[in-house]
Design a binder for this molecule. Sequence first.
Ligand code: MV4
Length: 481
Amino acid sequence: MIQKILVANRGEIALRVMKTARAMGIKTVAVYSEIDRNAPHVRFADEAVLIGPPPSNQSYLRGDYIIEVAKKLKVDAIHPGYGFLSENAEFAEKVEKSGITFIGPKSHAIRVMGSKLAAKDAVKSYDIPMVPGIDEAITDVEKATRIAKEIGFPILIKASAGGGGKGMRVVEKASELKDQMKRAISEAENAFGDGAVFIEKYVASPRHIEIQVLADTHGNIVHLFERECSIQRRHQKVVEEAPSAVLTPNLRQKMGEAAVKVAKACDYVGAGTVEFLLDEAHNFYFLEMNTRLQVEHPVTEWITGIDLVAQQIKVANGETLSFSQDELKIKGHALELRVYAEDSLQNFMPSVGTLEVYRPPSGKNIRMDDGFEEGMEVPIQYDPMLAKLITYGKDRSEAIQNMVEAISKFEVKGVSTTLPFGKFVFEHEAFKSGNFDTHFVKNYYSEEKLQEQMQLEAALAAKVALRLYLKDTEKIRLPKH
Ligand code: MV4
């Protein structure tokens, strides 16, 4: 039985994991870098250990040292959160070898899904739709040209070791292929130490839809429906929601079944996410699997009523899933906005400084997952995400309305945030209608448009204030008559 968990992470996700652990009666250990000395995750934990200077490679990425700390404090399990060591197969393996439970899948699954080509290979015999293309590394330009012509241009060159869009290149015609392949290979070598690239048909206007899965150690696998993650900027997700505005029950079931097969193909254990592209004709294609808890997991938790961290811990304890696929139902609609310390009017430049004012909204249909407090500095060493603002509604339009209200109540001073950008998205006709794809930001957003919207709102606010003032002065005068 897990009685003590070390959380090898920081910020909102470290807190998120510890809150569930505590609710389950499990002791928590935080690790922290020098700059995080006074961070909320450190104060929340039952014990906390300094692990090094601020740069991640000297602190949160020191796998061996974190395992040493865990052993010294007689920790039963390590939760890696997302990012940092969460998808490091070697780390997962070392944790297990040290006699500590890794809260996540076996290193085999992490390794297979860490390579796109290995992933394609693993799911090959499971009848899962994949984008037309090849399933092996290619270096021969002649051969690539032949295949590309078969597939039909435009095609996409992808790095096998790449993730989050890194190392991807669109090729419009055969004459560009040679040059682009050379570049892609050398880029992949430099970035990942692995020059393997492959080609796929380029899906021009896809939606990004992912399916949450959960597997126990006894062979039971369920899916917890989809999250729509098409609203992103340079491969950084900005808004996520569940369910998607466009999936029919039939398509949802098909995608769910495909996701479960992907999990089966790599002997998956724990909570994982299977990513798909959905094209304009609503064909779906398996892209990759993320072998960790995702940033956007709260929207799934809200529509299913299931605490995914609690499930991860139970599975790690060897428990059997306590529900079947048939017992899972979608209830209502949830949205998540990632609030970054970035300036939406200055090309999303990181905005560092002190949170002179930090007052997140609260209420019945609002969930805030954050790791910041008023007065704290926003450090430059880590991801600039300040908070996740999550809202709920009985349906999509109610969730949107609650989100717009929550954004307007969120007060931050001292650093710029992407809150105004978020409001722009939720108030946009394309978003409200549900008719959008991964090009939403590129297609609809500009600093000028946001500026214009903010000025209109400021003018409206001034008018409302003036009207209130006039009404007030009238009230004051009234008794005189
Ligand atoms: C694609 C694609 C179009 N066609 N594959 C980007 C990240 C990586 N996970 C896969 N990605 C894409 N793969 C084919 N064959 C378009 C993207 C893509 C994308 C996918 C999901 C979310 C946002 C995206 C933004 C640009 C491109």
